[in-house]
Ligand binder design. Structure first.
Ligand SMILES: O=C(O)CCC(=O)C(=O)O
Ligand SMILES: [Fe+2]
Length: 187
């Protein structure tokens, strides 16, 4: 537990550095994205996913296709593969690299960047041979953050603004299908 907490704190530091760089990439003050997500009120959630091995991996999906509702997600997995990302309408296995972290853009980054940074559609598959563990840190806005495209002429905004808490609540009891949740905010 203590090491998970220490790990989480290191990931937060990394996320803050990346937020600064992405902010500048959007032509904003380096602190702008972090502020938009709520500064110290931003929600950090650490989740450990465990995928037991499975006799019939073809019939079972570990985690169905989705994009994360967060602003940014940092994932650590062991040497067992299972994470797949969708690119050009095909699924690509993400090869585990020892010591490497996977940084995914979340839907809220896509929203505030007006689609300049796109969230990544991904899924997890199971294997018959080995179980798999991944440790995921979601960096998400505070629930009452009102978010929409920033740093652009609002005439060019392709997404509606929402309150993050409402964004999550809308799909609370529904299975996510790919990127339909963020696409529902398209004007
Ligand atoms: O376990 C993985 O590799 C993916 C986990 C994931 O996408 C999630 O927890 O949102
Ligand atoms: Fe995910």
């Amino acid at each position: 537990r203590e090491s998970l907490e220490a790990y989480g704190n290191q990931v937060i530091n990394l996320v803050k550095v990346l937020m600064g760089i992405l902010s500048k990439g959007l032509g904003l003050e380096s602190s702008r994205l972090e502020e938009a997500f709520g500064g110290d009120e931003a929600q950090v959630v650490l989740r450990v996913n465990h995928y037991p091995r499975c006799q019939q991996p073809d019939l079972v999906m570990g985690l169905s296709p989705h994009s994360d509702g967060s602003a940014m997600t940092v994932l650590l997995h062991d040497e067992v593969e299972g994470l797949q990302v969708k690119k050009d309408d095909a699924w690509w296995m993400v090869k585990p690299i020892p010591g490497a972290l996977i940084v995914n853009m979340g839907d809220m980054m896509q929203l505030v960047s007006n689609g300049r940074f796109m969230s990544m559609e991904h899924r997890a598959v199971v294997s018959s041979g080995t179980e798999r563990i991944s440790i995921v840190v979601f960096y998400a806005p505070t629930a009452n953050a009102i978010l929409g495209p920033i740093g652009i002429d609002q005439h060019h905004a392709i997404y509606k603004s929402i309150k993050y808490g409402d964004y999550l609540a809308t799909y609370m009891n529904k299975e996510l299908k790919g990127k339909e949740r963020i696409n529902s905010l398209l004007k």
